[in-house]
Design a protein around this ligand. Structure first.
Ligand SMILES: Nc1ncnc2c1ncn2[C@@H]1O[C@H](COP(=O)(O)OP(=O)(O)O)[C@@H](O)[C@H]1O
Ligand SMILES: [Mg+2]
Length: 512
């Protein structure tokens, strides 16, 4: 029978089945899965688990059902996990909980689904609470499961659960989730179950195998979710690849203040500097860091909080960098002082960081000079030639209108509505000028060249304005159709706002 399921320590078998190439393994197991297999093989602490292949996902998409044999293999693998961990799925005396994680060949961060804490129900939660002597942790985990399950499997809006949680916190006068007690979480689980039934028409499933099955289906289905499809369109990733599903033994960062969760880049992804950059939260789980529900600590603080763990973490991540010969973006969890690695991948970075890291790695002897050069694409060079807004500035700014990001770079200046005036203000008035037009023509080029930025209300990425802007390295946004330009009155109207000639404005040619 076809093998649909691979255990994390079966890297060799997975390699063999795709003819030996690591690229093939990434295709079969997804990038996240391949990383987990690789780390397991290297002796890095990864919680035991297994991966359902992208082929299984594609079969599921084709037929609407799991392929014959797949679920049986998954259940057998789950038995293996039980053996290795000494825990039992669905048992209330020593429960095994798992996560069900998406992971395609190319990383699509946040575009598909993951459900944590699968295996909890009304009985298991009591057992977990007794076993750990930590009811707060057990009830917190259970409410997270109901939340993620509802959102992922049935597409419930976040508000369905966020709202009652906000109300509860307000009633109690709490600011932070960490102020919630065991009793609070338990009360919330009750409320969540009522909301769940109200919206879905049935009770939250108490059968833990049903939970796992529905979660797996939902992750497969998330491959064709709108978010994922849009992301693939924008990045040129093929629809045919499918996502793998990784079933991973849960480790808990929310067991108290000797536990935590975090994410880190092995080098600075915005400047490329060779310093670990990351954040962690104590007594928290999964995406709490990314979701920003509390202020996270910079990773350097871990060296005082938990020096041993920090040292081990630095060793592991430096090994991973050497192994992949690239900057890594990692996720980790600390459960009662023990470090677990949950993900590693080549980190996304700015053009500036691409160059700096490539040069540094060549100097460190990690890669050859030729490799370093190959890592910088013409697009990266293009972006580098233009000044950029940083993300903090982007967040703070008020967006007036959106258009096509025709030519990358940042520009700030006073706006003028024709080429002659634009040129005059730039040359004689020594102003920084943004030229604003409905569209541009060859006659306008002199004004464009004199400007710091270009903005049009019509046209697309291949319009005259766009082509010229790129040719001369001038930041430009074109086709910002919300702008109504009134040449006679020398002003433009965007929604309720009127902006007159000479006012200041900024153009972000990188984002549009
Ligand atoms: N078995 C597990 N134990 C603890 N945390 C987990 C487990 N599986 C996933 N997580 C955490 O949950 C979050 C989301 O999981 P992940 O599958 O990596 O989603 P994404 O692809 O969106 O990053 C991450 O912070 C991850 O580290
Ligand atoms: Mg992740």
């Amino acid at each position: 029978m076809k093998k649909w399921v691979y255990f994390f320590d079966e890297a060799a078998a997975a390699e063999k089945s795709v003819g030996g190439s690591w690229d093939g393994v990434r295709g079969l197991l997804g990038g996240k899965g391949a990383g987990l297999f690789d780390m397991t093989r290297a002796g890095v602490p990864v919680p035991p688990g297994f991966t359902l292949t992208t082929q299984a996902c594609n079969e599921f998409r084709r037929t609407g059902k799991f392929p014959p044999g797949m679920w049986g293999q998954a259940l057998a693998a789950l038995k293996q996990v039980e053996k290795r961990t000494g825990k039992k799925f669905g048992s209330s005396s020593n429960p095994l909980l798992v996560s069900c994680r998406s992971g395609a060949k190319f990383s699509m961060p946040g575009m598909m689904n993951t459900i944590l804490n699968i295996g909890l129900n009304d009985e298991v939660v009591e057992g977990l609470s007794r076993l750990t002597n930590n009811p707060r942790f057990a009830w917190d985990s259970y409410r997270r499961l109901i939340e993620m399950f509802g959102a992922t499997v049935f597409g419930l809006d976040d508000e369905v659960f966020e709202h009652p949680m906000g109300e509860h916190k307000k009633k109690k006068g709490y600011q932070l989730d960490t102020e919630m007690t065991a009793e609070d979480w338990k009360a919330l689980v009750g409320i969540f179950k009522v909301e769940y039934k109200k919206h879905i028409g049935e009770d939250f499933p108490q059968d833990v195998y049903k939970q796992l099955e529905l979660a797996t289906q939902a992750v497969f289905e998330s491959w064709m979710g709108k978010r994922a499809v849009d992301y693939r369109r924008a990045t040129g990733i093929s629809d045919d690849l499918g996502t793998a599903v990784n079933i991973v033994t849960m480790v808990f960062g929310n067991m108290g203040f000797d536990s935590g969760t975090g994410v880190a880049f092995t080098r600075n992804p915005s400047t490329g500097e060779k310093t670990m950059m990351g954040e962690y939260l104590l007594n928290a789980q999964g995406e709490d860091v990314v979701a920003g529900i509390r202020n996270a600590d910079p990773i350097a603080n871990l060296s005082t909080h938990m020096p041993k763990v920090y040292e081990q973490f630095m060793k592991i991540t430096s090994r991973l960098e050497k192994h992949y010969t690239d900057m890594q973006d990692v996720e980790f969890t600390i459960e009662r002082g023990k470090l677990w690695m949950l993900q590693t991948r080549n980190g996304k970075r700015t053009a500036k960081a691409i160059v700096k890291i490539a040069v540094d790695m060549a100097n460190e002897g990690l890669i050859s000079k030729a490799d370093a050069v190959r890592r910088v694409t013409p697009d990266d060079v293009d972006t580098l030639l233009h000044p950029q807004f940083d993300d903090a500035a982007r967040k703070k700014s008020e967006v007036l209108a959106k258009g096509v990001n025709a030519s990358p770079g940042a520009a700030v200046g006073q706006i003028y509505f024709d080429a002659d005036t634009a040129e005059k203000m730039a040359k004689e008035g020594k102003q920084d000028v943004i030229m604003v037009r409905p569209f541009t023509k060859p006659d306008d080029v002199h004004g464009m060249i004199a400007s710091k930025g270009i903005l049009t209300s019509e046209g697309g990425a291949t319009s005259h304005a766009a082509v010229v802007a790129r040719q001369f390295g001038i930041p430009a946004v074109v086709g910002a159709s919300a702008m109504k330009i009134d040449m006679e009155r020398r002003l433009m109207i965007i929604g309720e706002k009127t902006i007159t000639e000479g006012e200041w404005m900024s153009v972000d040619g990188a984002t549009g």
